[in-house]
Design a binder for this molecule. Structure first.
Ligand SMILES: O=C(O)c1cc(C(=O)O)c2c(n1)C(=O)C(=O)c1cc(C(=O)O)[nH]c1-2
Ligand SMILES: [Ca+2]
Length: 559
């Protein structure tokens, strides 16, 4: 099929999208994942009904990574542009639907090579710009499709998958530059962010997250350790249009155990602020120096403007995987630490320097070579990748967290081999005593006061990205019962819930068509939500079978 009268996605529309549309991963460049639509409210959400659902596949096999197998997970938000919905799947299909009826318009499949090493077999969505759709593949290509027909326009190899590189994130497009990062932190890659020209696919710039000798920050590495130092980038960045800075999060160092690569190891476990024109690093903040717990800090800060003392302040916040909530000033395009406090139990940091935010570590909980060392939270952190949302009217941030789990590592020397796990330790996770009460939760935080407003607990872990809406609602799945829930944004009360055909680890979105508000979300349980569950099952002797799903669901009030 073919889309008729496609509305081109201009740079201006991406900066200021119509309330009816969801044009990029988190709707707006600031990463707020918040819809201004308010037809569906706390008063009427109990009447929310299915409009359509469609099974997406997988329709091609994704090689299992024998060393650490995982089920493929649907982690993409459906993007919506004037009633046309674009969806990607973990087996690298892109599908266009009529958003209101569910009719399939076109379907494209990128052919994956055999023998692929997809440690995290997933795809976190497409990007729209002009009349094109962009997406990144598990074998590290960037592809551009015609939004009207699904025809492939260009593609380019960004890295060699046989060296352990892969891509799982949605691209970020700023003024005609298509930015992506690469995965492979567990396989000893050297991470980077790269920008391509939207029209031709040609490289515009490439910025490594790990400096080579002579570059600023190279003094934080020892010997040749930088060459396979990790620092992957696998979550879409945010863009500060006020200061023209793209914020990208950088993952763990490789190998995992920090004592194998002495030094702070910039810019692993950091936020980088890049000039989208040139890729130049304009500002950075490192959460963990000499990272050693596999706490990738790949989620970018969410950007907000807040009235404080009669003046508008440009701020940012981040729920770090390390278990701390950070607040920054981002005025003048510089990310400056303001405050940090734990949002889950964390026993590694003795404190943060009040000026710089640099943590002091408890050696009892800092893994080294040859000693089994435990730490809380485990490698999966207080949160992993599922995205938070921010309601600018309430001033609340909403986040899915996991608590009451701890990990341990025992460091050992490891030799780099292309395409082979490069960890220097096994991976362990144990639910703690409190896990009998709950592991997963949704938390709401007032970012102005840095106080928690409410928390709803689940016995199950929670891997649900969050959508909030101006109707005073918070939508999220994430638990192993496959329930999709609407919470009251002010109180956390569950106002509506529906069990779908699979666990939900994809971000919900909201859009409007012909005056009707819709909520859409994909099911498709797998990757680390599944691995985390396996550790809980092993500890408790249970055998959780979360439904796998793989469908797109669309809801609205009765029409
Ligand atoms: O270091 C990396 O390159 C890298 C990549 C990815 C990914 O691309 O999904 C994950 C992780 N690390 C990771 O540490 C992690 O916990 C994780 C969870 C998931 C998932 O999809 O559930 N991906 C990833
Ligand atoms: Ca990682």
């Amino acid at each position: 099929g073919e889309v008729e009268n496609y509305n081109s996605v201009t740079a201006g529309r991406l900066k200021d999208p119509e309330p009816s549309n969801w044009l990029s991963t988190r709707r707006t460049y600031d990463g707020q994942s918040h819809s201004p639509l308010r037809e569906i409210t706390a008063e009427n959400v109990a009447g929310l009904e299915e409009v359509w659902h469609a099974s997406t596949g997988p329709h091609q096999p994704v090689t299992e990574f024998a060393a650490l197998p995982a089920a493929p997970a649907h982690q993409a938000p459906p993007l919506v542009n004037d009633g046309v919905m674009f969806m990607s799947t973990p087996d690298n299909q892109v599908i266009a639907y009529d958003a209101a009826s569910g009719a399939e318009i076109w379907r494209y499949m990128w052919k994956l090579p055999e023998g692929l090493i997809p440690l995290h077999p997933t795809n976190r969505g497409v990007a729209l710009y002009g009349d094109k759709v962009f997406f990144a593949t598990l074998d590290a290509h960037l592809v551009a499709l015609d939004a009207r027909t699904g025809a492939q326009l260009w593609e380019r190899t960004l890295a060699d998958w046989e060296e352990g590189y892969y891509m799982t994130l949605a691209p970020l497009v700023v003024d005609g530059k298509v930015m992506v990062g690469v995965s492979g932190g567990e396989l000893g890659v050297r991470g980077f962010v790269e920008a391509s020209d939207a029209e031709t696919g040609a490289q515009v710039w490439k910025t490594y997250t790990i400096p080579e000798p002579g570059q600023p920050g190279s003094e934080t590495w020892t010997g040749d350790t930088w060459k396979h130092g990790g620092g992957s980038v696998w979550i879409t960045g945010t863009y500060d249009a006020q200061n023209d800075i793209a914020y990208w999060g950088v993952g763990n160092g490789a190998p995992w155990v920090g004592s194998l690569r002495p030094g702070d190891n910039l810019y692993t476990s950091s936020t980088l602020g890049l000039d989208p024109e040139t890729g130049e690093i304009k500002t950075h903040f490192q959460y963990q120096w000499n990272e050693t717990w596999d706490w990738d800090e790949t989620t970018p800060p969410t950007l907000i403007n807040v009235e404080e003392d009669g003046a508008e302040k440009e701020l940012a916040f981040k729920f770090a995987r390390n278990g701390y909530l950070y607040k920054f000033d981002r005025g003048d395009g510089q990310l400056s630490f303001l405050q940090g406090k734990p949002y889950v139990f964390q026993n590694v940091f003795l404190g943060l320097d009040p000026e710089t935010g640099r943590p002091e570590y408890d050696p009892e909980h800092t893994p080294v070579l040859g000693v089994r060392t435990d730490f809380c939270p485990s490698a999966w952190g207080g949160r992993d990748w599922p995205g938070e949302s921010y309601d600018p009217e309430l001033g609340y941030a909403f986040i899915s967290v996991n608590e009451n789990h701890c990990g341990s590592m025992e460091g050992a020397e490891v030799e780099y081999e292309p395409g082979v796990l490069y960890l220097g330790s096994g991976l362990e996770m144990t639910p703690s005593e409190g896990a009998k009460d709950h592991i997963g939760a949704v938390q709401a935080w007032n970012i102005k006061t840095m106080e928690k407003v409410w928390q709803v607990n689940f016995k199950s872990p929670n891997w649900g990205p969050i959508l909030s809406t101006a109707g005073g609602l918070v939508f999220s799945g994430g638990t192993n019962d496959a329930e999709f829930r609407a919470f009251d944004a002010k109180t956390g009360e569950v106002l509506w819930s529906k069990r779908l055909d699979g666990g939900i680890v994809a971000p919900p979105v909201s859009f409007e068509r012909d005056g009707r508000q819709y909520i859409a979300v994909a099911t498709g349980w797998g990757v680390d939500a599944g691995r985390f569950e396996d550790f809980v099952d092993t500890a408790w002797g249970t055998d959780t079978k979360t439904p796998l799903g793989g469908s797109l669901w669309v809801f609205a009030l009765p029409g």
